[in-house]
Design a protein around this ligand. Structure first.
Ligand SMILES: Nc1nc2c(ncn2[C@@H]2O[C@H](COP(=O)(O)OP(=O)(O)OP(=O)(O)O)[C@@H](O)[C@H]2O)c(=O)[nH]1
Ligand SMILES: [Mg+2]
Length: 182
């Protein structure tokens, strides 16, 4: 089977660990220092369910409740990793706002999304329970994962799950178009 090209955007409030998750997945390392992102694109080859993927990962600048959803992330992006930090109530509020804007701009009812609660290693500082995260993802019909970029917990799961979600969404679209022909 030929390799499939997939583009994924990682979005969320500032300092939630979007770059750390991306770098952990692509390069297998964690950096403690904080360097705010403007935009970074990573590429990585990966394999899920015996399918090879050429993954383009767009690590975006942190957004807040007032940010305008950058329109370039609504075009030919196959799926989204929406990240908050379990230590930040604000980041959990902002991710809901980003989600609403995302649906508005794509105009789709269903977009492949993995919701990620990052920084689980900071359990003493936890503000958002796993249950809250799970509920939100359920509302969105999205997959939910908690992760730690620092400890490399569930990091590759995030991207592999999203690739599977994208695959599922593709199949559904094809089934629908088949229906309309017959
Ligand atoms: N303890 C802990 N710290 C983390 C984790 N992930 C990221 N950090 C730290 O949190 C800070 C911000 O991480 P970044 O990955 O730069 O966050 P970001 O979301 O890319 O930030 P912006 O690019 O400004 O939007 C850095 O100091 C990281 O080292 C994690 O899982 N656990
Ligand atoms: Mg960043």
């Amino acid at each position: 089977m030929p390799s499939k090209q997939r583009k994924i955007a990682v979005m969320g409030y500032r300092s939630v660990g979007k770059s750390s998750l991306s770098i952990q997945f692509v390069e297998g390392q964690f950096v403690d220092s904080y360097d705010p992102t403007i935009e970074n694109t990573f590429t990585k080859s990966t394999r899920v369910n015996s399918q090879d993927y050429e993954l383009k990962l767009v690590d975006t600048a942190g957004q807040d409740e007032y940010s305008i959803f950058p329109s370039q992330y609504s075009i030919d992006v196959h799926g989204y990793v929406l990240v908050y930090s379990i230590t930040s109530t604000k980041s959990f509020e902002v991710i809901k706002i980003i989600y609403d804007k995302l649906l508005d701009i794509t105009g789709k009812v269903h977009v492949p999304i993995v919701l990620v609660g990052n920084k689980t290693d900071l359990h003493m500082e936890r503000m958002i329970s796993a249950e809250e995260g799970r509920k939100l993802a359920e509302d969105w019909n999205a997959t939910f994962l908690e992760a730690s970029a620092k400890q490399n917990t569930s990091v590759s799961d995030i991207f592999h799950t999203l690739l599977m979600e994208i695959e599922k969404a593709d199949t559904k679209t094809n089934e629908k178009s088949n229906c309309s022909i017959s």
